[in-house]
Design a binder for this molecule. Structure first.
Ligand code: NAD
Length: 377
């Protein structure tokens, strides 16, 4: 029996991405799936219905029709309440479910009997790199953060020597040098800025330097131990944070643009820039807080706004990847395509192997209950 995939339009107001592209539809059909796309699902990401139809998808007029027959639902975000109500019992849902935070949606999905996989929980092992949606989206968010900064900054980023005088290059400081931060560094360098960066993980130092930026951090014993086995940052002690803050304070007041990207999985984002540090910056300086949706790295950043504090602009746009929707959808859809491949057996029938280490790590709800150990109360 052919397994049916549904892709619906995203319901969240600022969500412009879509979970499949005409290209991935073709490949999903190649894997043995039948694919239904809700009309208009790809519109905000510049993928028209006609291209999905040409790739072999059925276009459904509304989400309920697309979902009624779906064995697998691919989404960017968690399905909305009406979408959950329309799910077939036992349907598989794969999305960026934000499971540490969006417990309401997860409970509703579990209550409906859906089998749910959170793309955030795909392990960072070599075999799963092609499914690493956190990386594919963070990379684009890092790029976009610099474009947003350049847009509100009233000066140029590169040095320019003109007959009328010299334009100085912008000084850009990137705080948090993970996937997003490294791409922000590379982008700011390409635009000609003088770039420095910091992180609490010692492994970041070499990566920052290999991109031609200078590394700025307190490199004590705690710093040398600050990386978990999974490659993520640990929460730092108050003592370390105080030392680092003193070093950063001295540095930040000389910067034109600060981009903050620091996250700790499953926790609120660490506060990296205080109100005093914001006040120390020159009028016209710009801060972009990529972590604004996780509580923010910067004092005074406001979700969805460009806040102005003493002449300093703090950009708090959510979903930066969604502001580059066509590429973000393209890469995310490819992450999902690779993941969907794990749900099929060799004969092209829907038969997820729940012992597979990727599926096991990403599984968050099954048989009416939330099952992931990190999410159980
Ligand atoms: P993330 O999004 O969880 O956090 C962003 C960055 O913020 C990290 O570099 C983190 O160290 C940093 N940070 C946290 N607290 C901080 C603080 N107080 N001050 C300054 N910086 C702080 O991280 P990420 O982008 O997902 O990447 C984490 C690591 O995983 C990186 O080393 C990355 O290269 C690695 N990675 C590995 C794979 C893989 O092996 N498949 C894939 C992606 C990323």
């Amino acid at each position: 029996m052919t397994a049916h995939i549904a892709v619906t339009r995203e319901r969240r107001a600022d969500e412009t991405r879509v979970a499949a592209t005409p290209d991935t539809v073709k490949k999903l059909i190649g894997l043995g799936f039948a694919v239904t796309i809700e009309a208009g699902a790809g519109e905000a990401a510049s993928y028209p219905d006609a291209d999905y139809a040409a790739a072999g998808a059925t276009i459904a007029p509304a989400a309920a029709q697309a979902l009624a027959n779906a064995d697998v639902v691919l989404k960017v975000r968690a399905p909305s309440e009406p979408e959950i109500a329309s799910l077939k019992s036992g349907a598989i849902v794969v999305a960026l479910l934000n499971p540490h935070v969006d417990k309401t949606a997860l409970d509703a999905l579990a209550g409906k009997g859906a089998t749910c996989f959170a793309m955030e929980f795909v392990p960072r092992i070599t075999r799963a790199q092609v499914m690493d949606a956190l990386s594919s989206q963070a990379n684009l968010a890092g790029y976009r953060s610099v474009i947003e900064a350049a847009e509100v900054y009233g000066r140029a980023l590169p040095m320019m020597m003109t007959a009328a005088g010299t334009v100085a290059p912008a000084k850009v400081f990137v705080m948090g040098a993970g996937v997003a931060g490294l791409q922000a560094i590379a982008t700011a360098r390409r635009l000609g800025a003088v770039v420095t960066a910091t992180d609490v993980r010692p492994a970041a130092k070499e990566q920052v330097e290999s991109l031609g930026a200078k590394f700025v951090a307190v490199e004590d014993e705690e710093f040398k131990q600050a990386e978990t086995a999974a490659g993520y940052a640990k929460p730092m002690s108050e003592e370390y944070q105080a030392k680092q803050a003193a070093l950063v304070s001295e540095h930040i007041r000389k910067q034109d643009i600060v981009i903050t990207t620091a996250l700790i999985p499953g926790r609120a984002a660490p506060r990296l820039v205080s109100a005093e540090q914001v006040a120390s910056m020159k009028p016209g300086s710009v801060i972009v807080d990529i972590a604004v949706e996780q509580g923010g790295n910067v004092a005074g950043s406001k979700l969805g706004e460009v806040a102005e504090v003493g002449g300093v602009k703090i950009v708090g746009y959510p979903n930066l990847a969604g502001r580059i929707a066509a590429d973000a959808s393209n890469l995310y859809a490819r992450n999902l395509l690779a993941f969907a491949g794990l749900l099929m057996n060799k004969e092209g029938a829907l038969a997820p192997d729940y012992e597979d280490e990727i599926l096991k790590a990403a599984l968050v709800a099954k048989d009416g209950a939330v099952v992931h150990p990190a999410l159980k109360a």
